[in-house]
Write a protein that binds this ligand. Structure first.
Ligand code: 5GP
Ligand code: MN
Length: 330
């Protein structure tokens, strides 16, 4: 894995700060919520005053983790006492930060960025960003090991959830020997891996399964099978009483089609949303991050996302038009 530049600076920032705000990215996935929860729990046991901002209802399957009972509502950030340090985890850019108040007033706070997105411009005062790390969870584990912090079972489980969700259970390319060593260390700390994996990867509510069936029914391929797409609009989510978090893994539906180089899931999850989100996965030589950046998004080579300022039909038309050129030049 790439160098560990920034880890000691990150530890000394965390040591020095007394009041700390911990925040991950909008629409938090397992890595975002797991890495931020683990860090918040450890900092609290070091005696720091910690606020971990997220909404429980925005969290999908990783909600099974213990320790999510002390979240702060994002809207409270504007009136909470100002933190000495704002820690942003798994956020590739300032715009991705989950709390609007911190996005809008970012420059007013001393900031530490812990992330593994290659598109991250190192926007913090201190940055511990490792491009090819498996997950932000693994980076938090490295910090804790190096700093000698205690990791109890609850912390270890939050890190486990972060790592297994971002690596597809230790299967994606960014799974390094260090990732498996981290996994082994977490298991030794008592992680209930069978329970957590089963809850996160093998179980879903009936309405989510029905929404999944709807998503399957929209599956199509473009450009002789090079691209596979699915789509869900606000009406689909409303019909089944589902939220965005319920469809976090649906991009695996088009991704699973043999021969596909690029899989895209288009979604707009509530009628008040004026924009369409894209969840993008690349196989083989295609760069999903480069493609997402054509629409102002970003992420990793293999997994990225973007938000387009229009409805689903128009977003699909725009993406399809752009893809023709993109595929012929890659
Ligand atoms: P997902 O498809 O799972 O939502 O996101 C895949 C990856 O792309 C994640 O690493 C996520 O942080 C990143 N990502 C998703 N949406 C956006 C976006 O709108 N902008 C940027 N910069 N990154 C995104
Ligand atoms: Mn991540």
């Amino acid at each position: 894995m790439a160098e560990m530049r920034g880890i000691d600076a990150a530890i000394s920032e965390l040591d020095r700060a007394r009041r700390i705000a911990v925040v991950a990215h909008k629409g938090p996935d397992g890595d975002a919520i797991g890495s931020s929860l683990a860090l918040a729990l450890m900092l609290r046991s070091l005696g720091k005053e910690v606020r971990h901002y997220a909404r429980l209802e925005d969290i999908g399957a990783p909600r099974v983790m213990d320790g999510l009972d002390s979240l702060s509502r994002p809207e409270a950030a504007a009136t909470d006492p100002a933190p000495d340090l704002l820690v942003c985890l798994d956020c590739a850019t300032v715009e991705r930060i989950l709390v609007p108040y911190f996005r809008d007033n970012f420059a007013k706070f001393r900031s530490l960025v812990i992330d593994h997105h290659e598109s991250n411009p190192r926007y913090g005062d201190v940055n511990f960003v490792v491009d090819d790390a498996s997950s932000t969870g693994e980076l938090v584990w490295m910090i804790a090991k190096r700093a000698g912090w205690k990791m109890d079972r609850m912390v270890a489980e939050a890190l486990w959830v972060a790592i297994v969700t971002d690596t597809g259970r230790f299967s994606y390319g960014a799974t390094h020997p260090s990732t498996l060593e981290c996994g082994a260390d977490l298991l030794r700390r008592g992680v209930r891996h069978e329970y957590l994996n089963d809850q996160i990867f093998s179980k879903e509510a009936l309405n989510t399964a029905l929404l999944r069936a709807r998503a399957y029914s929209t599956l199509e391929t473009w450009f002789d099978g090079a691209v596979a797409v699915i789509r869900l609009d606000a009406g689909d989510y409303e019909e089944f009483g589902c939220r965005k978090a319920d469809s976090e893994e649906f991009v695996n539906i088009p991704r699973s089609v043999r021969g596909v180089k690029l899989a895209i899931f288009f979604y707009r999850s509530a009628s008040e949303e004026k924009c369409t989100h894209l969840s993008i996965r690349a196989c083989g030589g295609v760069d999903a991050c480069a493609f997402a950046s054509l629409f102002g998004g970003g992420g990793h080579r293999a997994a990225s996302g973007a938000t387009i300022d229009c409805g689903v039909d128009e977003a699909i038309a725009r993406v399809r038009a752009t893809l023709e050129n993109f595929l012929s030049t890659t």
